[in-house]
Design a protein around this ligand. Structure first.
Ligand SMILES: [Zn+2]
Length: 271
């Protein structure tokens, strides 16, 4: 096997894919967004972070993971007041990603992971994973990257909770600074946590609120930030990136051998 293409799904020929299926690597699909991320970060944050994480994990996994080309756009209608954002409608995104997982399952791959870089994709990807399980023979699961390293992130966190780590925040800015500080305009970073205080409704990547609601963003954020990017640093980003990559490596290994029971129709003959 050519090592330079060992983890890129699309670098193989079809006869090679046919052979590869026999080894059952976990197929990973990164999904990001082109979206405003405050005045200090470019539009590519979600794409850049999730693809960097997936690439690094794939390199370390040495053949156990196969990386699909990323889906670079996400569900964004609530962000469209900010120039530059690209929105894919929720039904479109659901069907588009489901068409990809169905295709992968059709070729015989039995483990598919949806690797999300953008919070608002998650409810849709959850449904895609469920439909893939119900409609194909493959097992499919979805995650958003901060969930893979909760402990490590909490250790470096300085911003208030909830609210300090939500969007273009201490967390995303730190990881971007670590991966490519030259594209971050830290002098323009500002803290903004503008959602009304509530016992039930808040936004934070590290702790979901008990009641779920998403308003149009320009109503509660004027900079495009929810969180505190002024506390970000490349050192924190390095710790977080390493922990998330390690988490993904572990997840892929576990998911590859994740056991499934035998399905049985209980209508006939069952007592
Ligand atoms: Zn983001």
């Amino acid at each position: 096997m050519n090592p330079t293409k060992s983890y890129h799904y699309q670098h193989y020929t079809w006869p090679e894919i046919k052979e590869l299926v026999k080894r059952q690597p976990v197929v990973v699909l990164p999904i990001g967004s082109v979206e405003d991320h405050g005045q200090h970060l470019p539009l590519d944050v979600d794409n850049f972070l999730i693809t960097s994480i997936c690439e690094e994990a794939a390199k370390r996994l040495d053949g156990e993971m196969l990386l699909l080309p990323p889906v670079p756009y996400g569900f964004e209608e609530h962000h469209l007041d900010f120039p530059g954002t690209i929105d894919i409608g929720m039904e479109h995104l659901l069907h588009f990603v489901l068409d990809i997982t169905r295709s992968v399952a059709r070729h015989g791959f039995s483990r598919i992971l949806l690797a999300d870089g953008h919070g608002s994709n998650m409810p849709i990807l959850d449904l895609v994973a469920r439909r893939t399980v119900l409609e194909t023979d493959a097992l499919c699961a979805a995650f958003i990257w901060p969930s893979l390293a909760r402990e490590a992130i909490e250790k470096v966190r300085q911003s208030q909770k909830p609210g300090g780590m939500a969007h273009a925040c201490e967390l995303e800015t730190s990881v971007y600074l670590y991966l490519d500080g030259s594209r971050v305009q830290m002098e323009k970073a500002r803290k903004e946590i503008g959602m009304p205080a509530s016992r039930f409704i808040w936004m934070d990547l590290m702790s979901a609120s008990p009641v779920v609601m998403m308003d149009v963003w320009s109503r509660f954020s004027k900079s495009g930030v929810v969180g505190d990017p002024t506390l970000a640093s490349g050192e924190k980003g390095k710790v977080v990136f390493e922990a998330v990559v390690n988490g993904l490596v572990e997840l892929v290994r576990e998911f590859k051998s994740y056991e499934r029971g035998t399905r049985q129709d209980m209508h006939d003959g069952a007592s």
